[in-house]
Design a protein around this ligand. Structure first.
Ligand code: 0GY
Length: 301
């Protein structure tokens, strides 16, 4: 596996898998990869000066090839902190996706209504709030709530990223939200513990709110038991899916930014799907019905 290289400088973060294999699990026709990113290329779409890591360039054409190889039909592109609030790379990718990609932006609280309208026209369906302190300085909740009021007329939702230790502080903020909220990576539970712990019970409690969704994603980030089967991740994802089958989403997280020790073959991640969503009905909800409701509602008959 290569490390990212910037000019002659090796950056230390791992590059995405150079040759993912074909998964054994065949995803249903129309499946959505609802959490992935495009990065750069740096000269065309520069990285944010305030970034905490520099990703390997990972452009749209490589993502579309991966989508096809894994058998997916559509992608949701989530803005990561390395691009700050400049959403140009994902907007460019959406424009060149033939209608097969939508996006989630990061914005400054000072964004104008005109700029929001432009993002909406460009295929943005939500705003990401990031509370992960190693990545950003969180914005105060009252400031974010003003933004929620402003995006509500667009029919967008919030995507929220936080670590499990911050759930108690964020519980009411999320539970009281007046628009849908999608939680990244199940709120990053400690999967070395029990899926029946009080901390994870609190997460499942939050998931009883009818506007709260979760991505059952990122075994490669959360697991300590490791690849290719990531067994410790499975009971957590199973519990979330069983608890709220109509409000779970799945994604690859390609190109897996900010990883330094382990990079998955994306086929391993796809092969996790039937282990966490164990019936064809659950798989259809996870991969098609739920993401289509949030990202392509106009195509639901
Ligand atoms: C992820 C994970 C990470 C990074 C970001 O916005 C970001 O920079 O999301 C991470 O370091 O945990 O899912 O993309």
């Amino acid at each position: 596996m290569n490390s990212c290289v910037d000019g002659k400088k090796t950056l230390g973060w791992l590059d995405f898998h150079p040759a993912p294999t074909k998964p054994h699990f065949k995803v249903p026709h129309g499946a959505v990869d609802a959490h992935c990113h495009v990065f750069g290329p740096g000269p065309q779409f520069p990285y944010a000066p305030e970034r905490k890591y520099t990703p390997c360039d990972a452009g749209k054409d490589i993502l579309w090839a991966l989508r096809d190889k894994l058998g997916f039909s559509r992608n949701v592109l989530v803005q990561a902190t390395c691009h700050g609030t400049d959403n140009s790379a994902i907007l460019d990718a959406i424009t060149h996706s033939g209608g097969r990609a939508k996006g989630v932006a990061s914005v400054k609280p000072s964004i104008t209504d005109e700029e929001l309208t432009g993002l909406d026209a460009g295929g943005i369906k939500g705003v990401r709030f990031n509370f992960v302190r190693r990545l950003v300085d969180p914005v105060p909740q009252d400031v974010l709530l003003k933004l929620v009021d402003r995006i509500k007329p667009f029919g967008w939702h919030i995507v929220i990223y936080f670590e499990a230790t911050d759930l108690p502080e964020l519980f009411n903020f999320i539970a009281d939200m007046s628009i849908p909220v999608v939680i990244d990576h199940m709120g990053r539970p400690d999967v070395t513990g029990s899926s029946e712990s009080s901390a994870f019970k609190q997460f499942l409690d939050l998931m009883t709110s009818p506007h709260v969704y979760s991505k059952v994603t990122c075994p490669e980030r959360l697991s300590l038991s490791g690849s290719p089967t990531y067994d410790d991740f499975v009971p957590f994802a199973q519990a979330v899916i069983a608890h709220a089958p109509d409000r779970v989403l799945w994604g690859t997280d390609w190109p897996h930014p900010n990883l330094k020790s382990h990079m998955p073959d994306d086929a391993w991640l796809v092969d996790m799907i039937p282990r966490i969503a164990t019936s064809t009905e659950m798989q259809r909800k996870l991969l098609i019905d739920n993401p289509m409701r949030l990202y392509w509602p106009e195509e639901i008959s």
